[in-house]
Design a protein around this ligand. Structure first.
Ligand SMILES: NC(=O)c1ccc[n+]([C@@H]2O[C@H](COP(=O)([O-])OP(=O)(O)OC[C@H]3O[C@@H](n4cnc5c(N)ncnc54)[C@H](OP(=O)(O)O)[C@@H]3O)[C@@H](O)[C@H]2O)c1
Length: 311
């Protein structure tokens, strides 16, 4: 039954609190939860910024995951808490370790203390606590820290996500339309399995709303096909009816470009993206995925049409 998303409710109320609920993935999770008639709190530092969806079932709450009192107040009375907060570029006071490990654990601990039944940590395919990349290591250590703070937590690992306003397909489409010669990450051999963000959001909403009978605690959400990066670019170019020349660009050059780009306000390229593009980023097959939640992953051509058609 739908419930009133007021903040002073008991933990038995059907409220799902989404930290990062205004982000690329978070706002889609919020939207899918509202479609399921759930009471939702969308939490972020700028809760009103660029948010199209309004509903009496939705409360927008300002809180900072780095501030313990504000997270305790935000999770109070929730049945489920989802952590969809991101940090892609380290800034003063915000390191990968601080946000993805310490703050994630703080949020999980606050949720446990508040009597929250389910905690869902959004992580990423390839997360690895032993990685030499500070970003990938923090994602892996974050999963471990959350498990300590909330032992029954569910970890969701998406592959690179696509959809209108994404930072992946949209950039490829723009570059393909702009440049006759397309610069590849390395030789373009790294394998990816891009997934539509709407499918990931629907899966998270199903887990949060109890619309699944699985008792698994780790999920990998990836798209319908694995592509070598260069084949993915060729496929997209084919859909756009463009025939670019693909040019290999060594990773150290990308790292230099990303280091410079990170100084721009909305960094178009980040070092963590370059690091993620150096190893295959595909489902391991060891964990359930979208199909286990009865979701048929959206095909690439449909997402390209969605993005290119909205220009
Ligand atoms: N995008 C992808 O392709 C991809 C792939 C795999 C995994 N993931 C993971 O999916 C999750 C969501 O990513 P995304 O791409 O949707 O991120 P995003 O678009 O950057 O959104 C991040 C959200 O977190 C909020 N936020 C950031 N810092 C915060 C803080 N200190 N306190 C409270 N809220 C804060 C942001 O709002 P404010 O700035 O207003 O606070 C925003 O709502 C992340 O864990 C990411 O690593 C993403």
């Amino acid at each position: 039954m739908a419930s009133d998303p007021e903040r002073n409710g008991s933990p038995t109320e059907n409220i799902v609190t989404v930290f990062g609920g205004t982000g690329f993935l978070g706002q889609r999770i919020v939207s899918r939860l509202l479609d399921k008639k759930m009471g939702v709190r969308a939490v972020s530092r700028h809760p009103g910024r660029d948010q199209p969806r309004a509903s009496p079932q939705l409360k927008r709450i300002e809180a900072n995951i780095l501030d313990r009192p504000s997270i305790a107040a935000a999770v109070s009375g929730s049945r489920v808490v989802v952590n969809a907060v991101s940090l892609y570029v380290e800034r003063a006071g915000q390191s990968f370790e601080r946000v993805h490990v310490e703050a994630a654990a703080d949020l999980a601990a606050a949720s446990r203390e508040a009597g929250v039944e389910k905690f869902i940590q959004i992580s990423g395919i390839g997360s690895d606590a032993r990685s030499s990349s500070a970003y990938i290591r923090a994602r892996g250590r974050g999963e471990e820290a959350v498990k300590v703070a909330f032992p029954q937590a569910t970890v969701v690992r998406p592959a690179v996500m696509t959809g209108p306003d994404d930072t992946f397909l949209t950039a490829i489409i723009r570059l393909l339309r702009l440049l006759p010669v397309y610069p590849l990450f390395g030789n373009g051999d790294v394998r990816l399995q891009p997934v539509y963000a709407g499918d990931v959001a629907e899966a998270v909403a199903r887990l949060a709303s109890g619309q699944s009978d699985t008792d698994a605690h780790v999920f990998e959400f990836a798209g319908p096909h694995v592509y070598a990066y260069k084949d993915l670019v060729r496929e997209i170019a084919g859909l756009l009816q463009i025939r670019p020349t693909l040019m290999p660009v060594p990773y150290p050059i990308w790292t230099l470009l990303a280091t410079a780009a990170e100084w721009l306000p909305a960094a178009p390229l980040t070092r963590n993206q370059v690091e993620l593009m150096q190893d295959d980023n595909i489902a391991s097959g060891n964990f359930p995925g979208l199909k286990d939640l009865s979701i048929e992953p959206r095909e690439l051509d449909a997402v390209v049409r969605m993005i290119d058609g909205s220009r």
